[in-house]
Design a binder for this molecule. Sequence first.
Ligand code: AHG
Length: 336
Amino acid sequence: MSYKRVTLSHFLLDEQRRHAGSGSFTALLNDIRTACKMISHEVNRGAMAGNLGLAGAENVQGEEQKKLDVLANEIFLHMNALGGNYAGMASEELEDVRSVHGEAGRYLLLFDPLDGSSNIDVNISVGSIFSILRLPEGMSASTKEAFLQPGVEQVAAGYALYGSSTMLVLTTGNGVNGFTYDQNIGIFVLTHPNMRVPEDTREYSINASRSRFWDPPVRRYIEECQAGKTGPRGKDFNMRWVASMVAEVHRILCRGGIFLYPVDDDNRSKGGKLRLMYEANPMALIIEQAGGRATTGRQRILEVKPEGLHQRVGVILGSKTEVERLEGFYREYDSQ
Ligand code: AHG
């Protein structure tokens, strides 16, 4: 019956009971949940609230900020400073880390408040991505060094997808669970328990307009997919590109696939396109926790030692067998 539903609050309390000592997930996720509800509301109101279009400024990455980028960032910062759980925060939209007044919290929050911003004005899915780390003993949250921990150290990670429905998908290190937002009641309901990435797939996801920049292993992998039934794969593949990593990862969690934003000739000097700390790491943890694999091509993403807050990295993630195949191509290429 519809009232016999598991809410996000119930789920988190249960997680705490079953994994005693693994942290107060309810407290840590409470304000993130509220922030995501507020952002969902603003994304939904779109043009009616005057939320579309440019903010008239650039962020630290030199990218033009949309009004909703700025608003989502302010919502995330404000809501998560209130609860007292976080000693500091880092965002795609802020150059430096922001310590929370008093630094009383024991955790650090890193986030991309609105990923896939090129989709905002055309009413296509966008999302928020977050990663939670412990504040290392004896360090201050006002220094970026406290944040520069590899992805394996994440306590929890997740994303909110503002799509045809709003969903919150998260891992606290014990699998991946998805919650759909019931706007009428204002709660997230567990609708996708124990999400698993199917091992095999016939779907890949890459911005093909960049093919002239690709490294040989990526070119080889995609050409084999494109060759379809008559090629070495012996089966036809389909291609999808939403230009919103949250939407691509969600699709992969639901029906399998591989997502690639690799280092290529065009972005190599910057280290890639996607950001390690608040895009690649949380998504890599989610994908691994769902039985998939996440790599730069040559290294497990979660083991990359960060050197900068806004560091970029090549990202290849999704169904295990496909990612392993491409990793094999990188190995072969490197050994030639
Ligand atoms: P941003 O939110 O800064 O616009 O970045 C979006 C990211 C990611 O979500 C997506 O997969 C990719 O950039 C899209 O890149 P292209 O514009 O090259 O397609």
